[in-house]
Design a protein around this ligand. Structure first.
Ligand SMILES: [Zn+2]
Length: 469
C-alpha cells in the first residue's frame, strides 16, 4: 500500500486540521469532470486537484468492511459488492458517486469519536445508494448511460491517484451546470437518507446516538459567516433540523444497542493505522500507550518506528503483534511492507507470501506480494500474482504500475502499453492514456482481449481529450 509514501505530505495537512470538522460536505465535494466510456473523473470542488487519491490499504479496508457489513445488509445492499474506499484527504467528508462504492476521507475517520458515529456516516451514504438517489443522477446525466454499465469505471477514476493536473484540464472542458445537477442532493433526499440510516442502524443493533452526535458536530456551521460555509451546505437542511429528526427517532425507538467489542476493535485498528501513517511518529509513540488493544498498540508503534527508519524496533513491534494474532493476514502484510521498504527483499517476499496464504483472494495483499516478487527480480512470478490482483480490483494505481513493469520485464510490450494506458486513465491523465492505448492497439493481436481493452481506453480517452481541446 502507498501509505508511507504519502505520509510526509499528509502529516502537515492533518496537523492543521484538528478535532472539529468545519464543513460537512457529504456529496458536494466531488465534482464530476468528464464522463465517457471508461474515463470518468471526479475531483473535489474546493480543494486543489492534486489532493485527490485513494489510500488502498488491505487492513483498513477490511476493518471498514467489518464495520459496514451489518449496515449494508440492513440496507438490502450486498456487502460483497459495495466497497468502502479511503480517500487521501484530511478533511471531513463522505460521498457516493455510484452504486458500488462509498468513499470516506481518512480525515473523517480520525475525527469521529466512536465506531457508531462512523457507522452512522456509512449508513447515511448507504441510504443514498439504496434509496435510488444515485440512480436518478446517473440516469439524468447526459451521456451517463454508457457509464451506468461501467460501475467499476466510475469509482475507478474517482481514485485518480496523482491525476491532478490532467484532471484540472479535463475540468475546464466540462459543463459545471451538469456537474451541479449530478451532485445536488435535495432536502428531501437528505431527510430520507437520514431516516433510512436510522433504521439500518437500529436493525443492525447499533445505537442511533451516533447519528445524533454526527449532526451535532456540525451544529457550529450555523455560526460561521456565509463566506466560510460550504455553498452546498447552505442549500441543505440545517444541522439542527437533522439533529431534531435524529433525536425524535431515538426517543421513539429507544436504544436497544448492545456493546460491540468487535466494532470497537476494528474502529480502533483503522484509526490507529491511519494516524500512525499520517501523524508524526513522535505523536504516535507518545500516544500509543493509551491503546487498550495490545496488538493495535504494537502495530502503531511498529509503523512509527518504521517511519523513523528503525527497522529492528519496527520488526520487534510487528512480530509481537503477529504473536498475538498469528492468523491475521494484515499484520503479515504490514511486515512485508516494512521489510520491502527497508530493502530486505527476500524476507519481504516471505512475509507477503504468508499474508497471501492467509488471505489468498485479497487483491491488495496480492498486489504487495507481486511488488515484492518484482523487487526480488522474479518478474514471471510477479506477473502471475499481479494479474490475479488486477482481475479482482483494478483501482490500484501502484499495482497497475508494477504490472506494467512485470509485462515489460517479460518482453510483453503490448500488454505493458495497455496496462500503462489503463493506469493513466485511472489517474485521469487522458492524454498519456491515449498515447499508450494507441501504442497497445498497434502491438497487440487484433481482436484479442488485450486489444479490445486497449480500444476501449483509446476511444474513451480520445473522446475526453476532444472535449478538452
Ligand atoms: Zn446525504
Amino acid at each position: 500500500m502507498a501509505f508511507s509514501h504519502v505520509a510526509a505530505m499528509t502529516f502537515e495537512r492533518v496537523s492543521r486540521l484538528t478535532s472539529i470538522p468545519r464543513f460537512w460536505r457529504p456529496h458536494a465535494l466531488v465534482q464530476m469532470l468528464a464522463m465517457s466510456l471508461s474515463l470518468t473523473l471526479y475531483l473535489t470542488s474546493t480543494l486543489p486537484a492534486a489532493a485527490i487519491g485513494l489510500l488502498r490499504d488491505p487492513d483498513i479496508e477490511n476493518g471498514l468492511r467489518e464495520l459496514a457489513f451489518p449496515i449494508l445488509r440492513a440496507a438490502g445492499l450486498s456487502p460483497n459488492r459495495v466497497k468502502i474506499l479511503l480517500v487521501n484527504d484530511g478533511g471531513f467528508n463522505a460521498f457516493v458517486v455510484d452504486h458500488n462504492t462509498i468513499f470516506l476521507n481518512y480525515g473523517l475517520i480520525l475525527k469521529v469519536p466512536r465506531a457508531d458515529v462512523l457507522q452512522a456516516v456509512i449508513a447515511h451514504e448507504a441510504a443514498h445508494i439504496a434509496n435510488g438517489h444515485i440512480q436518478r443522477r446517473i440516469s439524468n446525466f447526459q451521456g451517463a448511460q454508457t457509464v451506468a454499465n461501467l460501475g467499476v469505471a466510475l469509482a475507478l477514476i474517482a481514485a485518480a491517484a496523482g491525476g491532478g493536473e490532467a484532471a484540472a484540464g479535463v475540468a475546464a472542458g466540462t459543463q459545471s451546470s451538469a456537474l451541479r445537477s449530478f451532485l445536488a442532493h435535495t432536502r428531501a433526499e437528505e431527510a430520507s437518507a437520514d431516516r433510512s440510516a436510522a433504521n439500518y442502524l437500529r436493525l443492525s443493533g447499533i445505537s442511533t446516538r451516533g447519528l445524533i452526535d454526527l449532526h451535532r458536530a456540525f451544529a457550529g456551521q450555523d455560526l460561521l459567516t456565509p463566506g466560510n460555509q460550504d455553498p452546498y451546505m447552505r442549500s441543505h437542511p440545517l444541522s439542527r433540523d437533522r439533529i431534531r429528526a435524529a433525536e425524535a427517532f431515538f426517543e421513539a425507538h429507544g436504544d436497544q444497542s448492545l456493546p460491540n467489542a468487535n466494532a470497537d476493535y476494528w474502529f480502533a485498528r483503522i484509526r490507529g493505522k491511519i494516524s500512525a501513517f499520517t501523524r508524526a511518529p513522535k505523536w504516535t509513540l507518545l500516544r500509543a500507550g493509551e491503546e487498550t488493544h495490545d496488538d493495535i498498540r504494537l502495530m502503531r508503534q511498529a509503523v512509527a518506528h518504521h517511519r523513523n527508519r528503525n527497522l529492528s524496533k519496527a520488526l520487534a513491534g510487528i512480530n509481537a503483534a503477529i504473536a498475538l494474532r498469528p492468523d491475521d493476514p494484515y499484520y503479515y502484510e504490514l511486515k512485508g511492507q516494512i521489510l520491502l521498504e527497508s530493502r530486505r527483499i527476500d524476507a519481504a517476499v516471505d512475509a507477503y507470501g504468508k499474508a497471501v496464504e492467509l488471505a489468498p483472494r485479497d487483491p491488495l495483499i496480492l498486489a504487495g506480494h507481486g511488488r515484492a516478487l518484482l523487487a526480488a527480480k522474479h518478474p514471471k512470478a510477479a506477473l502471475e500474482v499481479l494479474e490475479k490482483a488486477r482481475a479482482r480490483d483494478a483501482r490500484d494505481a501502484r499495482m497497475m504500475r508494477d504490472l506494467g513493469v512485470a509485462y515489460a520485464s517479460t518482453g510483453q510490450n503490448g500488454m505493458a502499453s495497455l496496462v500503462t494506458a489503463e493506469r493513466y486513465a485511472l489517474q485521469g491523465r487522458t492524454e498519456d492514456a491515449e498515447l499508450h492505448a494507441r501504442r497497445a492497439v498497434g502491438q497487440l493481436p487484433v481482436g484479442s482481449t488485450g486489444w479490445q481493452r486497449a480500444q476501449d481506453v483509446l476511444l474513451a480517452s480520445e473522446r475526453a481529450n476532444k472535449r478538452k481541446r
